[in-house]
Design a protein around this ligand. Structure first.
Ligand code: DP6
Length: 324
């Protein structure tokens, strides 16, 4: 039977991937560094069979019409396995679906583990990473636990753009608070569309590319020294550099809402009270706060007073993706 189920955790980039050096193989233009989160997981089941007449996807038990991106990725998997069968895919996010939190990382990471197992493809972890990246680059990072580096590499087909676990954080007390913010009427542009638009139209895109390698270097040093203040500071700088480049796109790509800004202000105030907490933001209005367990209550209590904050999810460090 060509069927398997796997689970993977989402991850949040501390140093972002924002732009590609190759579209066909979905290769990031810069290195990125992320933290895998144990509270945000996706479980995916995949079945390949002669009885199917098309690829189908159901997300959180709701059947979706057609997913061209998924079919393109399935074609890559099928080619590797010399398989001609269509697939039935079902994916469930174990975090609030209305939250607008990106799930492509945990989805494609869980699908990579499930699909390669279902088709009995004996891939190395590097080959799995290469495959996950072609679904969604951030998914390569979700295959692994702890702090994970995804290099841009130099190979034209991205064979060296494969994720590496750099630290399991077992001796470091860090936590991530996900602050879910009400979108209101705003419709967010997907990270894929937004980064491509930014690369094409933003005069600050090249500055963004130029700043990342030094951010990665400083972040790695801070991690080695277990220095949350330095890591948090460089993470914030990197976030604002990414969003600055996005704001300068034509037309601009802006995700922050008034509630987003209120959260940023609160984090600044908390820091003045010696509470170690630092923000990062992705392709949405939500804010993610890096902190330590002893500060979680103080941060959560402050966040609860902000209008527009609809949910607060506190997560520890997650492990690698695995078969269920
Ligand atoms: C802002 O991995 O979703 O979250 O490779 O096109 O699927 P594709 O993009 P995706 O982009 C993530 C962008 C980000 C930053 C990050 O996670 O590094």
């Amino acid at each position: 039977m060509f069927k398997a189920t796997a689970q993977a955790c989402a991850n949040i980039a501390l140093i972002k991937y924002w732009g590609k050096r190759n579209q066909a193989f979905n290769i990031p233009a810069t290195d990125s560094l992320s933290l895998t989160l144990d509270k945000l997981t996706t479980t995916s089941t995949i079945e390949f069979s002669d009885k199917f007449t098309a690829d189908t996807l159901s997300l959180n038990d709701t059947p979706l019409i057609k997913d061209a991106r998924l079919t393109m990725w399935l074609d890559i998997v099928r080619k590797k396995a010399d398989c001609t069968q269509y697939a039935s895919v079902s994916s469930t996010n174990h975090f609030p679906t209305a939250s607008g939190l990106a799930s492509s990382a945990s989805a494609y990471a869980s699908l990579t583990v499930a699909a390669t197992h279902a088709l009995k493809l004996n891939l190395s972890i590097q080959e799995q990473s290469d495959l996950a990246r072609q679904g969604s680059a951030s998914a390569a990072r979700s295959l692994l636990g702890g702090l994970v580096l995804l290099p841009s590499g130099t190979d034209p087909q991205g064979k060296d753009s494969v994720a590496v676990a750099i630290d399991d954080c077992s001796d470091w007390d860090i936590a991530m608070i996900i602050v879910v913010i009400n979108h209101g009427k705003m419709k967010s542009m997907s990270s894929r569309d937004a980064m491509n638009h930014c690369a094409k139209t933003s005069p600050l895109y090249q500055c963004w590319l130029d700043t990342t390698s030094s951010d990665i270097k400083q972040a790695k040093q801070a991690i080695a020294q277990r220095n949350l203040n330095t890591l948090g500071t460089i993470m914030e700088h990197n976030t604002f550099a990414m969003h600055g480049a996005a704001w300068a796109s034509r037309p601009p790509v802006r995700y922050a809402t008034p509630a987003t800004i209120a959260v940023l202000d609160s984090v600044n105030e908390l820091r003045k009270q010696n509470i170690d907490c630092y923000i990062t933001m992705d392709a949405g209005p939500h804010v993610k706060i890096l902190t330590t367990h002893k500060h979680i209550d103080a941060v959560e209590n402050r966040l609860k007073t902000i209008t527009g904050v609809t949910e607060i999810i506190t997560s520890g460090v997650g492990k690698h993706a695995a078969l269920v």
